[in-house]
Every structure is written in C-alpha cells, then in structure tokens.
Write a protein that binds this ligand. Structure first.
Ligand SMILES: [Zn+2]
Length: 340
C-alpha cells in the first residue's frame, strides 16, 4: 500500500516536471485547458496521497477538478455549462493530448529517474442525479517495448530528439483530415478529386492546343491560357494533400491549421497492415514536432527548408532561426546540426 501511494506521488510529480519542461520550451499550448486539467489532477493527487490513505480514495469529482483547474490555469471562470459536462469535454481532449505527447511525457519522467509515468483514468458514474464520475492518476510502468523503442534510434551526440505534440483546436472544416484512414473506398475518395482535376486540366490543355492550330487565336492569349493551366496543374500535384502521399510528411497548408499555429505538419502515418494484401494502412494526421535547442535551450520548430535546403523539412530554433538549424527525420525523430 505504501509503495502504491509512493508511486502515485511520483506519477503526480511527473506531471509537474512535464509542465516545467513545457515552460522551459515555451510550448505555445502549455496553458490550454487539457494541460491545465492534467496539472489540476496532479496538484490534487499530491495534496491527498499521504501515507495511510488508500490509493483508491485518491480520486476526484468534476467539481474539485474544475475548481483546481481554474485556480491553476489561465481561465478565470468556467463556462455556463455544468462542471461535469465541462470536465468531460476537456477530459477527452486531455486523453488525446497525452496520447500524442506520450513520448515526451515518458522522456521527461525517464530523465527524472522514474520507472513510471503518469496516465489518467476515469470511473464512470452509474448515472442518476448527484452521482459524479471520478477522475484519477494512474501510475504506469514503462513497458519493455517502450524501452526497446527508445533504444532503437538513439540520439547522436550533439544531435537532437524531436517529440510530438497534438493539436486540440483544429478548424472544423479540416477535422476530417486528422485521422482519415486510407483504406477501401476511402483510398479512392482521397485520390479521385486529384485525378479528376488532372484529367480536366489535360482536356483543357488539349482544347487550347487545338484552338491554336485551327482558329485565329492571338499568340499572347494562347500562351496565357497554356501558362494558367500549367500553374493550376502544378498546384494540384504539389498540394500538400497529394504531396504527402509521396513524402509522408509535409507542412500542413494554412486552411488545415488552427489560428495562431505557425508550424504544423501533415503526416501520412502507417497505422497497420492489411492482413489480406500485406499493404500498409495509412492515416492522415496533423502533428507538431518540436525539440529543445542544444545550443540555446529554446524551442525548435519544423519549417520548410526553403532555398537553403530545398525539398526538405528542417528544425529551426525560435531564437536563432538562421543559425541553429537541424535536420529532421520523422521516423527516427532525431536530427543533427546542419551547416551550410
Ligand atoms: Zn537555439
């Protein structure tokens, strides 16, 4: 029992270490509600998890959680809805957030010398008036698989290690992109608009060519039409939604990214294998990768390589974007300094 309480405290401390790390990295999403709820849960756990208390009793109602989140976070008042609804909505966002930030969370706990990391749990109420759901921290031991994964791609000396971050406020019209799986009919739904527009453009080009041959269209007009269709063709082919299928990761276009976000990546992740054909099943994901700059300890974000590093994505430090430049490999999540 004592051991369990100890583990619980350690896990709760892990949340705080994680938040401190986010502050150091000046993570732009560190003060969003899901993370505030995570911190609230940790603060309440540290308050209640004392020797002699049963671990099972260290769990909290939505009212307690909401109050603490307001006290710690940047929201001054909860919205007009009931606490239980407010907490429930943000809780499911928190589940997404820590799932995608799991690597980073584990890394912080590991470097603090813990053998476990904090996860979250919820016990649903059976229903009825006055019955709350309970929320709590679950201390989770590192699995062998997770330890192996980390050892598979070690960060090189003077290299950097990227972590994933999730986005919680994706614009409504781009929500379908995040988690769009490419299998069965969806695969065709994905490539069909591109194929149709390419065919339409080719037909149009043919028409212009014929016009040039058989009618008296002026050369300037003719060239302009040809040029415009070439540009449209290039735009379709190089649009991020299609170029991601060959490059696996690209910068997300502006219309997919939440307001204020400057560095969002669109990734085509492998999520499994088709048991019949053996082909990879892939899913579109909106992600943010970041790292800590080993030179000045600031935040590194992914940007397109520009003229200096054409066709590549590179990590640039916020404080010295032209000098502290690193390569970016989304498979190994490592990078090394680029000098040119
Ligand atoms: Zn730097």
């Amino acid at each position: 029992m004592e051991q369990q309480i100890d583990d619980l405290r350690k896990a709760a401390e892990g949340v705080q270490r994680f938040y401190e790390e986010l502050i150091k990295l000046s993570d732009p999403r560190r003060n969003q509600l899901p993370i505030s709820f995570f911190r609230a849960l940790s603060a309440l756990t540290l308050r209640d998890a004392q020797q002699g208390v049963k671990p099972h009793d260290v769990r909290f109602t939505p009212v307690e959680l909401a109050q603490k989140a307001i006290e710690l976070g940047y929201v001054k008042k909860k919205p007009k809805q009931a606490e239980s609804d407010w907490v429930r909505t943000n809780w499911s966002k928190l589940e997404e957030v820590i799932e995608s930030r799991k690597d980073h969370l584990q890394e912080v706990c590991r470097s603090s010398g813990y053998s476990l990391y904090p996860w979250i749990g919820k016990e649903e109420s059976i229903g009825g008036q006055g019955n709350y759901s309970y929320y709590f921290i679950v201390p989770t031991l590192f699995s062998q698989e997770e330890t192996n994964k980390l050892a598979q791609y070690p960060t090189q000396l003077d290299g950097i290690h990227y972590v994933q971050e999730s986005l919680v406020n994706i614009p409504r019209w781009a929500c379908w992109v995040n988690g769009f799986t490419l299998k069965s009919w969806r695969k065709y739904a994905y490539i069909l608009p591109g194929i149709i527009s390419i065919l339409a453009i080719l037909g149009y080009v043919l028409l212009i060519l014929l016009l040039g041959l058989y009618t008296e269209i002026s050369t300037v007009k003719w060239l302009t039409c040809l040029l415009v269709s070439a540009i449209v063709f290039w735009m379709v082919v190089s649009s991020p939604l299609y170029s991601v299928s060959s490059n696996r990761i690209v910068m997300a276009p502006d219309w997919m990214t939440p307001w204020k976000e400057t560095s969002v990546q669109l990734e085509l992740t492998k999520v499994g294998l088709n048991p019949e054909t053996g082909d990879a099943i892939r899913e579109l994901r909106l992600m943010v990768y970041s790292a800590k700059c080993p030179i000045c300890q600031n935040r590194i974000e992914i940007q397109s390589g520009g003229f200096q590093f054409p066709f590549r994505l590179v990590g640039r430090c916020n404080e010295s974007p032209r000098e502290h430049v690193f390569s970016f490999d989304h498979v190994t999540r490592t990078g090394k300094r680029l000098v040119q």
